[in-house]
Design a protein around this ligand. Structure first.
Ligand code: SF4
Ligand code: SF4
Length: 461
């Protein structure tokens, strides 16, 4: 998943707890933006088999950086003014020296965090993280137990993750959580919010599942752009009723977009006047892969967005000089296409999340997952629909392609009961965190079915 999705460069006055985050830009930095935050895949090795995994993690890469190369990379990050580094994988803890790298990050004055599926974040690993000075750990929870396990491809992974979350919450580190939003988790989000309170999570980062890697092989689990019309009011209600009263901060990810009536409520902790300011890849954040690939954002497709390699190139020079890292800093409306190019917000928004637009429509610069856009279509009696058109090749950080169709929206029925993801509102709001799932096992299997080339001909034809 993308790990860049917390405040970096909002415009406007922010709540104090958001300003305090190391990755939040200071006012003087807007004039000369520079990366503040690195998300670093230190190994591709993973003990889960998630069906949404953008990097198709499993075995380690054959050419992962050595300990010495990693420690040199930490030095380079500190030298160029990075303030926060989040270690990811795969599973970061499957590398023997993960806590050596974490300790060096904190020794050099940067904040270190870890994002994990927590299949095996046992007491010993929690203690090692504390000893290394890790500030906080974000545990991934993609729904209630059966829904989460189905997506993670591993029975028992929800039990393991929630047990690890409790362990972390009881340690000196901060527990936060992150959730992918797709057709499976959408109707369970309110119940997941209750679970977070139960676990002691201080913050919740959410993002829309993007068809990258294994996620690209399962189009039936993805949201359609018009589903945002249900998602946004639901998020605002969850924040007001289930999060804020319990001190849990909500961080909608960079692909939960953009503007519209909920921007002020949801974006950047609800700061007065704060709003989305464009993709921060290479501008406020960087992504590094375990073999040293340097990108503006960890989620961007590697083939198109790798500017250089740690272990071979100097990080600061790659950031300053390569087109792959500079492009998004210099992007203008002229680089956009489709609806986004014509949008009122285009000069500021610049088509939202680059990763999301490229992985859905095959090309950056036009992002269908946008609430402003969904509302504009709704006002015209239309909606946008993604239709799977081309499969992904099957390598880490790859993507396929969808066609975007505009169709007439079904007429609104004033008598109909409101629904979220096909379930009536009472079911969604009445679901409890220990209910297991709102879905039947058959429905979970159907939604998570890996699509083959023969199926694609059928769907797109
Ligand atoms: S339509 Fe495109 S440019 Fe306009 S707000 Fe949405 S994502 Fe941004
Ligand atoms: S591509 Fe840009 S907006 Fe999307 S997650 Fe990466 S940095 Fe954030």
């Amino acid at each position: 998943m993308s790990q860049t999705d917390q405040p970096r460069a909002p415009i406007g006055a922010l709540p104090e707890d958001v300003q305090a985050l190391a990755r939040t830009a200071r006012p003087d930095e807007y004039a000369a933006p520079h990366p503040l935050y690195v998300v670093w895949e230190i190994t591709l090795a993973c003990d889960l088999g998630c069906k949404t995994c953008g990097s198709r993690a499993g075995p380690a890469r054959s050419d992962e950086l050595s300990t010495a190369q990693c420690l040199d990379a930490v030095r380079q990050m500190a030298d160029m003014g990075i303030r926060e580094v989040t270690l990811i994988g795969g599973e970061a803890y499957l590398r023997d020296d993960w806590d050596v790298i974490a300790a060096e990050i904190t020794r050099r004055g940067m904040t270190c965090g870890i994002t994990t599926g927590a299949r095996n974040f046992d007491a010993e690993r929690v203690a090692r993280a504390v000893d290394a000075g890790v500030r906080g750990i974000s545990v991934s929870l993609d729904g209630l137990e059966r829904t989460h396990d189905a997506q993670r491809g591993s029975p028992g992974s929800w039990q393991a993750a929630t047990a690890a979350a409790r362990r972390i919450a009881e340690s000196p580190m901060r527990l936060s959580t992150n959730t992918q939003i797709n057709r499976l988790s959408l109707p369970e989000l309110a119940a997941v919010a209750d679970l977070l309170r139960e676990l002691g999570s201080e913050a919740w980062q959410i993002q829309i599942t993007v068809p990258m890697g294994r996620g690209a092989d399962r189009p039936d689990m993805l949201l359609q752009p018009h589903d945002l019309l249900e998602l946004f009011p639901l998020l605002a209600w969850i924040k007001q009723e289930k999060l804020t009263p319990h001190g849990i901060r909500l961080f909608p990810g960079n692909n939960i977009g953009y503007f519209g009536p909920w921007e002020k409520v949801l974006r950047y902790g609800g700061g007065e006047g704060a709003h989305w300011g464009g993709c921060g890849a290479g501008k406020w954040c960087l992504g590094v892969e375990a073999d040293g690939k340097i990108k503006g954002c960890p989620s961007l497709p590697s083939e198109d967005w790798t500017g250089g390699y740690l272990g071979r190139d100097r990080l600061a020079e790659v950031v300053a000089d390569t087109p792959e890292l500079r492009f998004l800093r210099e992007r203008t409306r002229d680089d956009l296409w489709g609806f986004c190019r014509t949008c009122y917000y285009a000069d500021v928004c610049k088509a939202g999340c680059t990763w999301t637009s490229q992985c859905t429509l095959g090309k950056a610069g036009n992002n269908p997952y946008c609430i402003h856009r969904a509302l504009e279509h709704e006002a015209r009696g239309e909606r946008e629909v993604l239709v799977h058109a081309r499969p992904a090749p099957g390598v880490p950080f790859d993507h396929g392609r969808f066609d975007l169709r505009v169709e007439e929206a079904p007429p609104a029925d004033p008598e109909a009961t409101p629904t979220i993801g096909g379930f009536d509102l009472a079911t969604v709001t009445g679901l409890t965190w220990d209910a297991g799932s709102v879905w039947s096992p058959d429905e979970l299997r159907r939604r998570l079915k890996r699509i083959g080339r023969r199926d694609l001909v059928h769907i797109s034809g």
